[in-house]
Design a protein around this ligand. Structure first.
Ligand SMILES: Nc1ncnc2c1ncn2[C@@H]1O[C@H](COP(=O)(O)OP(=O)(O)OP(=O)(O)O)[C@@H](O)[C@H]1O
Ligand SMILES: [Mg+2]
Length: 136
């Protein structure tokens, strides 16, 4: 077993636009041990969000991982089925999105939406998850 909880090796994520492939992430390597924090710094548009979205497999349809590995607890997320990913995403590995106006649904309370991940992966009702139905 690797000493790292997350290891990204040679990650390449490209956008497909009318017969051209535009590289957004072009060979990223990183490794994080359990309990470690890693900050990724770079100018706007350099690929920080697309790197994170590639790890979580939350890419828009026009983007795809074209090469590399995303080893989480030794398993390659880049090669997993969507069904396998839904069991891991929001349960063992999650993303806190940058833009609340686009990542949260204004029709639901923040508490309801945060509680949704807990309810999906744990055997809890809304109250237990801390999201009262009256606030939905
Ligand atoms: N739908 C898209 N089609 C084509 N290119 C895209 C698309 N979405 C993002 N990109 C490009 O991918 C690159 C990486 O974008 P990304 O959002 O990862 O940057 P970022 O480092 O997170 O920037 P910021 O600091 O502004 O959040 C950028 O050049 C961006 O223009
Ligand atoms: Mg970003």
């Amino acid at each position: 077993m690797s000493e790292y909880i997350l290891e990204v090796k040679g990650l390449k994520t490209y956008f497909n636009h009318s017969h051209t492939r535009v590289p957004a992430v072009d060979g990223v390597d990183l490794a994080i041990r359990k309990g470690e924090t890693l900050g990724i710094v770079g100018e706007s548009g350099c690929g920080k969000s697309i790197t994170a979205m590639s790890i979580l497999r939350l890419l828009p349809p026009e983007a795809s991982i074209v090469d590399g590995q995303v080893l989480f607890k030794g398993n390659d997320l880049a090669g997993m089925s969507e069904l396998q990913m839904t069991k891991i995403r929001g349960n063992e590995i999650s993303m806190i999105f940058q833009e609340p106006m686009t990542s949260l649904n204004p029709a639901y309370t923040v508490g309801f939406q945060i509680g949704e991940a807990i309810r999906t992966h744990r055997k809890m009702d809304k109250k237990q998850a801390g999201a009262s139905p009256s606030t939905c």
